[in-house]
Design a protein around this ligand. Sequence first.
Ligand code: G1P
Length: 294
Amino acid sequence: MTRVRKAVLPVAGLGTRILPAAKTTPKNLLNVFDRPILAHVVAEGRAAGIEHFIFVVGRGQGAIEDYFDRAYELETELAAKGRTEVLEAVRADLLQPGQMSFVRQMSPLGLGHAVWCARDLIGDEPFAVMLPDMLMDARPPALAQAIAAHDAVGGNIVVVEPAPPGETHKYGIVSLGETATGFDGRLAVMTGMVEKPPPGTEPSNLFISGRYILQPQIFGALATHEKGAGGEIQLTDAMLHLLETQRFHALQYEGVTYDCGDPVGLLRANVAYALKHPALGAEARQAVARFFEA
Ligand code: G1P
């Protein structure tokens, strides 16, 4: 089994659901308590063994590159002032030389197109896709759970979870067949998928929630640039093509997902990550509780 070493993170989206907050700050650099959303997602990838992060970026997103790179002036100042803890926190998020690449998606043509932009950097090996709007709080990390499923059954793995009632039309929805052995019934063969089905036509309530392990043949399916739901080139449609020749499994991962692409989801993530913060959690709890005092 080829090891999953690379992850594609499509970050070029305009963030329309979270404007004007994301007008001048790339939406994935908005904050979840003590660091940007994207830093949490990259930490998840590193904990799952990812060695190379490929960011698919758009115009005006240079701050993403800077975030994961060294900031000599800042680090020198912090060191000179003896601010060791802060310095360590800043350095903890840095990627190593050669561990990150950036590729420009020159037009916002959809998620499938964004992933296709990374084709030359992936080459001929299985890879992960991490949708950075979706913060997944899980032990082991969500991507590690997906990689464990890939190690067990091979092929392609899509992480899914039940959609909130009445919201299936907002997502990619899967249909399932036989359950795989192990994984407590949470891993099953995928028999179909549809992107943003009109209400009432959804094949199940399980939505594609933001972590994938894909075989490189997906790039052949994406190369047709066929437009799907919303006039966009959809990853879901390319996966449906690949399903004709390859196996897909859906994994219901164990953990909690926060959709940070809209203001309320981002607020939920902020509260959750504040409350569980090792150093500041207790203080955060008091601060939140104060809102509910009579
Ligand atoms: C994308 C995918 C969809 C998935 C969703 C998760 O949609 O196309 O299949 O369920 O992410 O957030 P988007 O949110 O870009 O419309």
